[in-house]
Ligand binder design. Structure first.
Ligand SMILES: [Zn+2]
Length: 411
């Protein structure tokens, strides 16, 4: 299969990308526009990108908002209460059905790689067992990484450590954590040591909900980064949210950045979720409650954007479209200078793939999997400005999905 007349990010001119046996077999510069023949797919000068990536979502909670009751205040705390009501009615089939529907929404928007956090503070590990089945059943649409996520803590939940170990034993890919939620500072620190030991011993990746609060004294990021640095695991470790960094003073943050750079860890920000849930104890002036995305990026560290929630008790909106989150994130993080706009897709493609450690399983290079998306736009700038949709999604060298662009006719 040939995809002709493709614009590739960060390269000049038009290209033909040839796929054979599920892999990219050639990338050929074109002197001119070509006419499509046989089974050629004509990108018509639009962007051909490696698939969009969702690096942070909770597929076990998705699509539950309003069932049985809506979160009326919009706060994190009422979200926990509403989730408690819904959790009582959850079944294996219900969890699977909602996850499959959500994965389809993600795939519709050109996403083919997903990392989901799954709550393992449950003696039955029910949601995890459901998601392990979903990971296999949805393989034709996405590659799914499952994080063993201790929503109610590792040290402050009964048998928390054993449940984490069981979750990895059952097949979770990534070790999670939530140190700022543990009962004490000491428990937060020991939870990080425990989860890093577990990941190192089992060869797992790490993704910790870290300092997801406006409390400037929540400083578990330094513990996570130091553990990663000492163990040489930085590229395999992710700090999600780190919203407290938005409240740290600059003197502390400049010292912290030195360690973060040495550690080589990755960052995920979920800007729509954070701007919605954080800043809730402030009157005015009111904090944004988002981590220092632009500053992390400027310092040469790896940072990407995630959706976190789709229609759940904590966040009522969302439709699978990560470009919506990119749009919001660029606004919220003061990244609307043209240089940022012109490479904005990094934050939802290459940077996210690096966070997920996709390595040579990702990217438009000869020999890599033929997973490709044609966006209905000619550049990163136009993609985010026009909220471009995925026009064609190709997976393993086969067309997975096509979309007919909407047409508007004036009378
Ligand atoms: Zn999360």
């Amino acid at each position: 299969m040939n995809i002709i007349n493709a614009t590739l990010r960060k390269r000049q001119g038009l290209f033909t990308v040839t796929c054979d046996g599920g892999r990219i077999s050639a990338i050929t510069a074109q002197p001119d526009l070509l006419l499509a023949k046989d089974d050629d797919i004509d990108a018509a000068g639009q962007l051909l990108i490696a698939p969009l990536v969702e690096p942070h979502i909770h597929l076990d909670a998705t699509l539950t908002a309003g069932d049985p009751q809506w979160n009326m205040s919009g706060t994190l705390f009422e979200g926990i209460e509403r989730w408690g009501q819904r959790k009582a009615t959850i079944t294996h089939e219900d969890t699977k059905a909602r996850a499959h529907t959500t994965i389809r929404m993600l795939a519709e928007h050109g996403i083919q790689h997903v990392r989901t956090h799954i709550d393992v503070t449950d003696p039955t590990l029910g949601a995890l067992k459901a998601m392990l089945e979903v990971r296999e059943e949805a393989r034709h649409l996405v590659d799914l990484q499952i994080v063993a996520f201790p929503q109610e803590g590792i040290e402050s939940y009964d048998n928390g450590r054993a449940l984490m170990e069981q979750a990895i034993e059952l097949g979770a890919d990534v070790v999670g954590g939530i140190p700022h939620f543990e009962n004490t500072r000491e428990q937060g620190v020991s939870s990080i040591k425990f989860l890093m030991d577990l990941a190192e011993r089992r060869g797992c990746l790490v993704d910790v909900h870290c300092d997801e609060t406006d409390d400037p004294h929540s400083r578990f990021l330094e513990v996570l980064a130091e553990e990663a640095r000492v163990r040489g695991m930085g590229s395999r470790v992710t700090a999600s949210h780190t919203t407290a960094m938005g409240s740290y003073d600059n003197a502390y943050c400049s010292k912290l950045f030195r360690l973060l750079k040495h550690s080589g860890i990755n960052f995920v920000s979920c800007p729509t979720e954070s701007i919605h849930l954080q800043g809730r104890f402030d009157t005015f002036p009111k904090r944004r409650g988002v981590t220092r995305v632009a500053e992390i990026d400027r310092a040469g560290m790896n940072v990407c954007f995630g959706q976190d929630s789709i229609k759940d008790p904590w966040y009522p909106l969302g439709n699978g479209n990560i470009l919506r989150v990119l749009d919001a994130g660029l606004h919220i993080c003061h990244m609307m200078g043209f240089e940022d706009l012109a490479r904005s897709l990094d934050l939802v493609t290459d940077n996210s793939a690096r966070t997920l450690n996709l390595g040579e399983r990702y990217g438009i290079e000869v020999g890599r999997p033929a997973n490709l998306v044609i966006l209905d736009a000619e550049s990163d700038y136009e993609a985010v400005r026009r909220q471009a949709k995925a026009r064609v999604s190709i997976r393993g060298g086969q067309v997975l999905m096509t979309r007919v662009p909407e047409r508007v006719e004036f009378a």
